[in-house]
Design a protein around this ligand. Structure first.
Ligand SMILES: Cc1cc2nc3c(=O)[nH]c(=O)nc-3n(C[C@H](O)[C@H](O)[C@H](O)COP(=O)(O)O)c2cc1C
Length: 206
């Protein structure tokens, strides 16, 4: 897929998903900066604060078996994910992973028919069909660790996005968040702005 296809894929909307329980968190500041940068680029941020919206992260048997969700929040997220040009996820590192609420959001929203399909079965070889091809994905995570937990990149890049057709998702982790100065956080926010612009702007990175 060439640069022009990428730039036009999914219209003007960028889904911004924030998962941190504290409204004063640095994750909130990152998500705000993402949304403002997206707007500055003439795109439309669809911002969701999963804690504030009370998203239910529990995937239940009926929903998995039905292949369709009756939950309006899940339906809405699926529609937004399908039509958006791309996705930005912001979260803290909890035990080398995203918080459980965000994991549950992925479990329920990245479902067959939305993020991937499975072809074959019934004796025929199975193959997964990625459905998010052509979109861009960015993840920003904060951690108190002094180095980047390898698990975070593996979860997002390999486990989620490559499987769904986005092999070049970018995962930026800001380390030693607790020990960071105001000046360092300002520089991180400037970095967020730069990465968002480079990723989603028309004519951004190929
Ligand atoms: C349940 C929980 C688990 C956490 N696990 C880790 C961890 O495994 N490694 C780590 O460095 N920090 C861990 N933290 C600290 C968060 O990563 C840190 O507070 C956050 O990234 C800093 O951003 P904040 O000030 O906006 O919360 C954990 C925090 C909580 C609440």
């Amino acid at each position: 897929m060439g640069r022009d296809d990428r730039a036009s894929a999914g219209g003007k909307e960028i889904l911004v998903v924030l998962c941190h329980p504290r409204a004063t968190s640095f994750s909130h500041a990152i998500a705000d900066r993402c949304a403002r940068t997206v707007e500055t680029e003439g795109l439309r941020p669809l911002v969701h604060d999963l804690y504030r919206e009370g998203f239910d992260p529990v995937a239940r048997a009926e929903e998995l078996d039905r292949g369709f969700s009756f939950d309006e929040q899940v339906q809405r997220f699926g529609a937004e994910l399908s039509r958006a040009r791309g996705l930005i996820v912001v979260h803290p590192d909890w035990w080398g992973q995203p918080p459980a609420l965000l994991k549950g959001w992925v479990d329920r929203v990245f479902r067959p028919g939305v993020a991937y399909d499975i072809a074959g079965g019934d004796g025929a070889p199975t193959a997964t069909v990625p459905l998010l091809t052509g979109k861009r994905a960015l993840v920003f995570a904060t951690t108190d660790d002094l180095s980047i937990p390898a698990t975070l990149e593996a979860v997002w890049r390999t486990g989620v996005f490559a499987f769904c057709g986005i092999p070049d998702a970018e995962v930026r982790v800001f380390t030693d968040t607790r020990g960071s100065t105001h000046g360092r956080r300002e520089r991180w926010l400037a970095e967020v702005e730069e990465v968002v612009r480079a990723t989603f702007a028309a004519g951004g990175r190929p």
